[in-house]
Ligand binder design. Sequence first.
Ligand SMILES: Nc1ncnc2c1ncn2[C@@H]1O[C@H](COP(=O)(O)OP(=O)(O)OP(=O)(O)O)[C@@H](O)[C@H]1O
Ligand SMILES: [Mg+2]
Length: 273
Amino acid sequence: MSRTETAIRAHGLYKRFKTGRSHIEVLKRVDFDALHGDVTMVMGPSGSGKSTLVATLSSLLKPDEGKVTALNQDIWNLSGGKRDRFRLDHCGFIFQGFNLFPALTARQQVEIILKYQGYTAGEARRKAADALTEVGLEMRMNMRPSELSGGEKQRVAIARALAKDPRLLFADEPTSALDGENGQIVIKLLQRAAKQYGAAVICVTHDPRLEAYADRIIHLEDGQILSDRRTVHAAAPADPPPPPSSARARPSLRTARPCSPSCATASSGSSPP
Ligand SMILES: Nc1ncnc2c1ncn2[C@@H]1O[C@H](COP(=O)(O)OP(=O)(O)OP(=O)(O)O)[C@@H](O)[C@H]1O
Ligand SMILES: [Mg+2]
């Protein structure tokens, strides 16, 4: 996957919600695209439609009009089952509220998704450990969410999203519940997913401190894109340079994905995998 390749493109998106007897138009003919290897930030005031936009791009919420092409597939023309499979295979999600299962350890949170994808129990265990190590949680693998700090919980959510090696990574306010230091750790991990592994990272944020990590900033207001600019990269001087594109710095997370008979039918329902 080339780093300048378009990962996702949307054209003419409209989304309306019914409120009482009237409708509000939340997306008003939005055109959007994002590239592999880029951190694309979506910013704008509360209620401007940022979460709605990301939900339509990530196949969680059907737009009323318009087309979304992700990884060369017209996602809203896929059957429900194929769309679920697409999300399971290619999309990582990171939300403000972590969305972790209270009863599961950090390792189990990651393993469960990998098992859905068709990995054997042993492979899932190994890959989960690799992903948690990558986000610096090797000493916390057997802890449950109640025993983890907010920053650690968000890192578990990131490990869960990255373990499946997503080509599209959607984050909605991933740092808003975190202090500055933890917020920076999180955004650097997202940036690494883009720079090292070529994911298209689409991140909704209110946090102006994160702008320094963006390759591109799209400003949404009242359901329309007001500005779309590429940044001059002064970001993250402490980050290591990305390896050559042929390098596989995370081989254990990059091995060919097996597909068991069960994975052909596995479905994540309408919630993000
Ligand atoms: N399911 C829904 N039903 C009705 N209205 C909705 C629904 N989801 C969102 N809205 C409305 O759509 C508008 C945009 O919501 P959205 O969540 O996309 O905003 P946002 O830019 O993400 O805001 P914030 O920064 O506060 O998260 C809001 O006015 C919201 O009330
Ligand atoms: Mg929102």
